[in-house]
Design a binder for this molecule. Structure first.
Ligand SMILES: CC(C)(COP(=O)(O)OP(=O)(O)OC[C@H]1O[C@@H](n2cnc3c(N)ncnc32)[C@H](O)[C@@H]1O)[C@@H](O)C(=O)NCCC(=O)NCCS
Ligand SMILES: Nc1ncnc2c1ncn2[C@@H]1O[C@H](COP(=O)(O)OP(=O)(O)OP(=O)(O)O)[C@@H](O)[C@H]1O
Length: 198
C-alpha cells in the first residue's frame, strides 16, 4: 500500500512521517528531493540561476535559500517560474523511488511526503491521502517558532499554499496534530491497526 502524506507548512508532516517510519514504513520526501536538485552541479540549480540571476547564490556556489525564499514567497509569478523548473524534476524522482520501493517489498507501506500534493493535483497517484492538520493559528505559531520568522513572512508562506481547511475536507485519512504528541501517536497507531500494518 502507498499513501500520499500532506498538510500545510509546519502542520507536522515530518513529525508524522518519522513515526510512520518507526512503525515500518518507507519514506519518500519531496522536500529532501527538492534540496538534492538544488545542490551545486545539478542541472536544475543551473536553470534556476539562469532564471533568477547569480544573486541567489552564496559566493561558494551554494543556494541562498533565504534569498530565493523571500523572492518566491512574496510573488506568485516568481513562484510559478521556480515551480515550472523544479516540480517536473521532483516528480520524476519521486516516481522512480516509488517504483523501486514497491518492487522491493510489495507489502510494505510506502509514504510519499508532498507538501504541495493537492496544489499540484497529485491525488490520483496514491491509494489514499493522509492530511496532517492543525488550525491556521497553531500552524502560524509553530512556523514562526521553528524557523524564527516574523508574522508577515510566516503568513506569506501560508498564503502561498491552499488553505489547510480545504485540505482537511479532502483527506481520506485525517491526523489532527493540534494537541500533544501522544494524541497524534494514538491516531497513527489506529490507522496502522485499521490497515493491518501493526
Ligand atoms: C524556495 C526554497 C529555496 C526555500 O527554502 P527553505 O529552506 O526556506 O524552505 P524548505 O525547502 O525547507 O521548504 C519548507 C516548506 O515551504 C513550503 N514551500 C516550498 N516551496 C513552495 C512553493 N513553491 N509553494 C508553496 N509552498 C512552498 C513547503 O511547505 C515546504 O515544506 C525551497 O522551498 C524551494 O526550493 N522550493 C521550490 C521547490 C518546491 O516547490 N518545494 C516544495 C515541495 S515539492
Ligand atoms: N503535536 C505537536 N505539539 C507541539 N509541537 C509540535 C507537534 N507536532 C509538531 N510540532 C512542532 O511543530 C513544528 C512543525 O512540525 P514539522 O517540522 O513536523 O512540520 P512539517 O509539516 O514537516 O513542516 P514543513 O512543511 O516545513 O516541512 C516543529 O517545530 C515540531 O517540533
Amino acid at each position: 500500500m502507498n499513501i500520499g502524506l500532506t498538510g500545510g507548512i509546519a502542520s507536522g508532516k515530518s513529525t508524522v512521517s518519522q513515526e510512520l517510519v518507526k512503525r515500518g514504513a518507507v519514506l519518500i520526501d519531496a522536500d529532501v528531493i527538492a534540496r538534492e536538485i538544488m545542490e551545486p552541479g545539478h542541472p536544475v540549480l543551473g536553470t534556476v540561476v539562469d532564471t533568477f540571476g547569480p544573486s541567489i547564490l552564496f559566493p561558494d556556489g551554494t543556494l541562498n535559500r533565504k534569498r530565493l525564499g523571500s523572492i518566491i514567497f512574496s510573488n506568485p509569478e516568481e513562484r510559478k517560474a521556480l515551480e515550472d523548473i523544479t516540480h517536473p524534476a521532483i516528480r520524476v524522482e519521486m516516481r522512480r523511488r516509488m517504483v523501486e520501493y514497491e518492487a522491493e517489498d510489495p507489502k510494505r507501506l510506502v509514504v510519499a511526503d508532498i507538501p504541495l500534493l493537492y496544489e499540484s493535483r497529485l491525488e490520483d497517484l496514491y491509494d489514499e491521502i493522509m492530511v496532517v492538520y492543525v488550525p491556521r493559528e497553531i500552524q502560524l505559531e509553530r512556523l514562526m517558532q521553528r524557523d524564527g520568522l516574523n508574522r508577515k513572512d510566516a503568513e506569506d508562506r501560508l498564503n502561498a499554499q491552499m488553505d489547510i481547511e480545504a485540505k482537511r475536507e479532502r483527506a481520506d485519512i485525517l491526523i489532527d496534530n493540534s494537541l500533544g504528541l501522544d494524541e497524534t501517536l494514538s491516531q497513527i497507531d489506529n490507522f496502522m491497526r485499521d490497515k493491518g500494518l501493526l
